[in-house]
Design a protein around this ligand. Structure first.
Ligand code: ADP
Ligand code: MG
Length: 348
């Protein structure tokens, strides 16, 4: 077989970093995105601009690649299923169907005996009043949320009346956890009981957007083992192929809950580029292209900072030490809450 081509749907920074990882191991990339200004344009071998429902363009995209993967969650299920008839798509679209919906995701987790926050499906204000035992809590859209978008924090019953929501989409209400820490586990699964598992990473958010990630997470040995085991169990149950992230909450009594699953490479795993011999991106490309797994070795601890909005300007003119790594996503426009790049400092 000649050079492999991997198709990536979605053209954001995760796509760009997947392209770089593919290039490193001699695999060509074709990125398909509905955004003409996708930053991944600057990193991929080939770029196709098209709507995710444009069957003809999707067909053309498929004809150019051997394998297909995706870098964000909100791709129409139908599109992925059509692609699946032609090319191997990883992770399988059926998995996306579960995890792109907060309700199905939590039901799946509870079914395999993993603890999530307490939640209820909500379709009206009446449902909110009926489930006020879950307050204070977060009302979240079941689908299409990220970086805290589509979320409303509700303190008490008196705030329900004031909510300006039409309930056109499905929602869930989640009881607020008294957060001590947030951690994530990145796992890349190649097949049955064959995976690379990264140590838990500790995450710090501001305004519900990830700001800083640190490896190793400072958590108890028990929570560390549980978090790793749960990530492994989830990936096995889903028969997952590629890299995924499991986000956890730890409350003030040290209880561990699963917050959500991201069926893709994840922002908190960016530091794996500098802390491990194989990054989450390279592992993802290897797994979805059926390449062999390389034994994972940790090289260094590190800290990653997201550069949001104007933060990027300072870094573009900065000088860096040998243990400092700056990634510019090359986005066309700087916007206040937009992730523009990241910076990782390896602790030697
Ligand atoms: P997103 O899909 O936007 O990442 P999350 O459900 O992960 O949505 O919520 C984003 C952040 O909001 C979390 O990382 C956490 O900091 C906070 N948050 C969300 N749900 C809860 C909860 N039930 N209790 C406490 N904090 C929460
Ligand atoms: Mg999250």
């Amino acid at each position: 077989m000649g050079v492999l081509n991997v198709g990536i749907i979605g053209g954001g920074q995760l796509g760009s970093l997947l392209c770089e990882a593919a290039k490193k191991i001699g695999i060509n990339t074709v990125v398909y995105s509905d955004d003409i200004d996708s930053p991944a344009k600057f990193f991929t071998k080939e770029f196709i601009h098209g709507n995710y429902a444009d069957e003809e363009k999707i067909l053309n995209f498929c004809s150019k690649v051997n394998f297909v993967t995706y870098e964000f969650e909100n791709i129409p299920f139908k599109t992925l299923n059509n692609i699946k008839k032609l090319k191997k798509v990883s992770p399988d679209p059926e998995i996306l169907k579960i995890v792109q919906n907060r309700l199905l995701e939590k039901e799946f987790l509870n079914k395999i005996n993993l603890k999530t926050t307490l939640f209820k499906e909500i379709n009206s204000k009446k449902d909110l009043f009926d489930n006020s035992n879950l307050l204070p809590g977060f009302l979240k859209t079941c689908r299409f949320g990220y970086d805290g978008k589509g979320q409303y924090f509700i303190n008490n019953i008196s705030e329900i009346e004031e909510l300006d929501i039409k309930f056109e989409n499905k929602y869930i209400l989640e009881k607020k956890v008294n957060l001590k820490k947030e951690v994530s586990v990145i796992i890349s699964r190649y097949g049955k009981n064959e995976y690379s598992l990264y140590d838990p990473i500790e995450n710090f958010h501001k305004d519900q957007i990830l700001r800083t990630s640190i490896i190793p997470a400072e958590i108890s040995q028990k929570n560390k083992e549980d978090a790793l085991n749960f990530a492994r169990l989830i990936s096995e149950k889903l028969k997952y192929i590629g890299t995924m992230c499991v986000e956890f909450f730890i409350d003030s009594s040290d209880n561990l809950y699963i917050n959500e699953i991201a069926p893709r490479v994840h922002n908190s795993g960016h530091l794996t580029l500098n802390s491990y011999n194989v990054s989450q991106f390279e592992n993802h490309i290897r797994a979805v292209c059926g390449k062999e797994k390389i034994e994972l070795k940790k090289l260094n601890n590190s800290k990653m900072i997201n550069l949001i909005g104007d933060d990027i300007l300072l870094y573009r003119s900065k000088k860096f030490n040998k243990n400092e790594f700056f990634y510019d996503y090359k986005k066309k426009v700087i916007k206040p809450k937009r992730k523009m790049g990241h910076f990782t400092k390896v602790i030697l």
